[in-house]
Design a protein around this ligand. Sequence first.
Ligand code: MRU
Length: 347
Amino acid sequence: MNETATLWWDTGTESICYIDQTLLPENYTIVECRSIGQLATAIKRLEIRGAPALGVAGAYGIALAARVCQKNDLHAFFADVHKDAEILRATRPTAINLGWGIDRVLSKILPVQDIPSARRIALAEAEAVTREDTACCHTIGEHGAVLLPNSCTVLTHCNAGSLACSSWGTALGVIRSAVNGGKQVNVIACETRPLLQGSRLTAWELIRDGIDVTVITDSSAAHLMRTGTIDAVIVGADRITRDAVFNKIGTYMHAVCARYHDIPFYVAAPLSTFDTQKSERDVIIEERDREEVTTMGCRVYVPDAAVVKNYAFDATPMNLVTAIITEQGVLHPPISIDSILSFKSTK
Ligand code: MRU
């Protein structure tokens, strides 16, 4: 299996390097990011994407902000770093890990009394976030692999693979670990309209690892569930509130359909994706530009006068979730605020 990093700190150039996910599968391009403006644009454009990868990007973002800040006065330095943190935080509202990664590094450097130490500590903490994310993904993979039959077909939506994390992946981490353990897993990757994270990224990752993958249009999923082709659905998550799982738009329809056809619907996510303070109604669902829906390449597929709604995520109510696979173990129903809190506190 390929254990490729998605983004990392380059000590030579003092920059964040990342695989530009908008160019895959045609081009594998590593970009050097040297400013907060560049990082914010990369996140908005989904050059870097996926909840855990956004957490890592937020953490490295604070290390970068501390690195590039020219101020010599400690108060002015922290004011600049905070301003940059808010620029990054505002880029994508739904995935909780972005703010989580930013706040984790900020909280480490705020008590520090000199700028060189703040820079050093910020980078060390961002590196720790990255290492922990990789370890989490492997543990999620091991916990989840046990749930899969020895030979099975798994449907996944969007990309919850190594590209969406520091490496390995959450939903795809489960599949990778199952395959590593000798199970035969065929993956059905929904293409994931409109930006095709499933067909471009999930299929690319799995083919590199020699795992069987078939790409379908999102609207084919119900048909395959009805005809008995799918044994399980596994998706990642952008935020798990006390009552719902937020993930890529289209996830909810898979959950409804899976329940109707008695197919297990699993969510694989680290505990950093849980937001137990919030309910579904408190979360902003990101809406993106109409051009992502209306155009493909140079062609326009929607009349100019038509209204377009381009939701990036939807919410799946907790009662449709068969289990949540985390690095600490598997959370089974009834999944409620009490079970989430006691699960988190006992770990
Ligand atoms: O808009 P994206 O591509 O960032 O959306 C990503 C997803 O919805 C993923 O499923 C989610 O972040 C989990 S990634 C492990």
